[in-house]
Every structure is written in C-alpha cells, then in structure tokens.
Design a protein around this ligand. Sequence first.
Ligand code: PMP
Length: 287
Amino acid sequence: MTRIVYLNGEYVHESEAKVSIFDRGFLMADGVYEVTSVIGGKLIDFNGHAIRLARSMNELMMQPAITKDALLEVHRELIALNDLQEGMIYLQITRGSPNDRDFVFPDPEKVKPTVVLFTQSNPNMVYNPKAKVGMKVISISDERWGRRDIKTVQLLYPSMGKMMAKAEGADDAWMVEDGMVTEGTSNNAYIIKGDVIITRKLSNDILHGITRAAVLRFAGEAKMTVEERNFTIAEAQDADEAFITSASTFVMPVVSVDGVDVGTGIPGPIAARLRAIYLEESLKTAI
Ligand code: PMP
C-alpha cells in the first residue's frame, strides 16, 4: 500500500508530495521533528509530543506553524486515511523555502514553514521480538552539537552511530561525553543497580524524552526508586539491568554493553515490568 501523506495543509499521495530544493530543512537541517507512536489506531502521549514540538520551535525562533488542535486532527486523519493500526507518525517542520540559499533566517512573514507528516506502519512494536532477547549496545564518543534538548533533524551523527553499532554486530550505540553516558543514538539510557533505576538528569546534553518522562512518572507511582545522575560505561557493565526508552521502542532491555553482559545477560525483571506498566498506562490515555 502506498501512503497518503500530509504536506502544507494537503493530503496527497506520497509520490506527489514535493518540497523545494531550497527548503532550509534540506540545505541546512533547519527543522524539527517528532515521532508519535500509534497503538490500536490511537496516539500515545500526543500532548507530550505537541508540547516538546512547540518548545523546539521556540528555541530555534521558528514561528508556530500549526495549532495543537489542528495537529491532532492531521494525526488522526492520517491514521484513518492509511488505516494505521500500529506504528508511528513522523512529523517534520522546517523553516521553509526562501527560494535561495542564505545563512540568515528568512522573514517569517514572507516564508512559511514546511509541514510534513507521514505514517510508518510497524505491526511488531508492542510484541517486539527484541524485548524478549534484549539489545546489545556499544559505546561511542558523543560528537553532537550542544543543544541536544532541541529535537532537530540533524541526525547524521546518530545515523553514523547506528552504522558503527551495526559494523560491530550490535543493535545501537550509547554516546559518552567526559566519561559519562549521555544517551542512545535515538533513545534515553538507563541502568538498574539493586532496585534503583539510574538515568542522566535533564539538561541541554540530552533530548528530554517523552517516554522517559512517562516511565519515570510510572516508576514513581509504582514506588520504584529513581536516581537522576550521570553514570559510566563501567557502571553499566556492572549493573544488574539496563534499558532504553523511546516513543517507538517504549522500554527495551539492554543485555550487553561493549561486549560485556549486563547482569545475567538476559532481559531483567525490572525492565520487563516497566515495559508492561508503560504499555498498560499509556494505552489508558491514548487518543
Ligand atoms: N534521545 C534521542 C537522541 C532521541 O532521538 C530520542 C527519540 N527521538 C529519544 C532520546 C527518546 O525520546 P522520546 O521518548 O520522546 O521518543
């Protein structure tokens, strides 16, 4: 099936959605994005993603492009038009096309942002076989820019990180800066020592994951102990469990770090419990 996608106010066949070669997203990675998961045809944590989108745009001095209500409507329409049951909705907003190349931002009164949304079907998101066996990660140096809290489309380094992991037979990479893990290439990183869940605290050094916020909230409600602090790769290798979170993987166990087994080398009970709680609770508020 080919997709119906959304481009600047219109629903069109994917082959008909065309963006200018002068678009600043294309020329300068001057754009932001969001990925919202869909389970049973419903959006998980739409509100959180809409709020983070507005924040990312504000940080980059981009004018609001679409209201939250209109955005929800587009998400729902795309789910309906593409009969999406399980998968994701990708959204990207760039600073638009000034019909030339210039470092200076165009006048927002003259150049309107480019708004693109499309669906990605993935029937194995909830019953992801990886959740049973766990992921292997390698560590790499974090070479990204300093505003990782803004969800921009500059994904070249994360993409290179995934290729480095693949070359070593691993599933993903955890990035390290000043000896401390920042996050995964497209997810937040956690370790568990005893019954304490440890994850880096929020700052400009990492993306403020929407799944992270929900998981930490649910962990608190379940009376689990959370410590927001930096940790090293050596600590991760010595931990009892490790996992990642993201909108598309939810909670996913990590069983090896740089070739060293974490705990017993199989997915642990706390990560499994968090995954179950996350899925159960977030489905209750899906819209
Ligand atoms: N960190 C990075 C670098 C990411 O790219 C992502 C996912 N886009 C996350 C964390 C997880 O964020 P979320 O839970 O909002 O998907």
